[in-house]
Design a protein around this ligand. Sequence first.
Ligand code: HEM
Length: 230
Amino acid sequence: MSTTAIQLPSRGLLGFYDTTLGKKLVMALTGMVMVGFVVGHMAGNLQIFLGAEAFNKYADMLHSAKGLLYGARAVLLVSVGLHILSAVQLALIAKRARPQNYVKLTSTTSTYASRTMYWSGPILAVFIVYHLLHFTVGAVHPTTPFPGHVQAYQNVVTGFQSVPVALFYIFAMGLLCLHLYHGVWSMLQSLGLAHPQYTPLFKKFAAGLSFVVAIGFSAVPISVLLGIVQ
Ligand code: HEM
């Protein structure tokens, strides 16, 4: 008798995660959590245009709900961890499946954004660590006068008055735009929502969302650089 019968995962959720589909689903679901956070964070940041008092009050309000804050931090941390783990594992699977590269293949189906996922992702991870050290911990710039939320407005203004810092944030938001564009689009596919009829609509949605997020975030350092927020 043949021994090539398909092995169904016998370890429940962990067994499902062992499959490529399982990893793609984990990437999609954790990506969805992060998209939700990023949209909320961007909208919250725009309150800086309401002035110092409103922005600091908003930051204070977020920090005073301790249960919610630590719950959200835990969910976000687990999501980032699982997202990176499944991305690395999927990349290794794809590498193993690829024929030996004695012929240079040029992809016709992958977009520029999809090819950038594996370098934009790690740079964004570095950005997030730097960003936390900058505003939350206050460890990387002695010019962050009030690390943490107490004087969030003053921290943001002082931070972006440094041109290299502001430019790095704007550059990272450009990468975020590319990463989100392909990520949102892949997420919709992994969730089984891809249908030829709706493909153009989904692509427009992914492009619109990533563009709005990148512009919304970049508006803050740009406005500080231009002296609109001071
Ligand atoms: C121009 C863009 C951005 C600005 C001006 C900004 C600003 C801030 C500020 C002021 C804080 C608050 C620190 C505090 O009060 O403790 C913060 C926290 C944070 N930001 Fe951003 N941010 C930006 C982009 C991003 C992006 C793109 C991400 C993720 C992809 C991100 C992730 C976070 C995280 C995880 C925290 C910590 C939240 C916590 O306290 O648990 N930020 N950001």
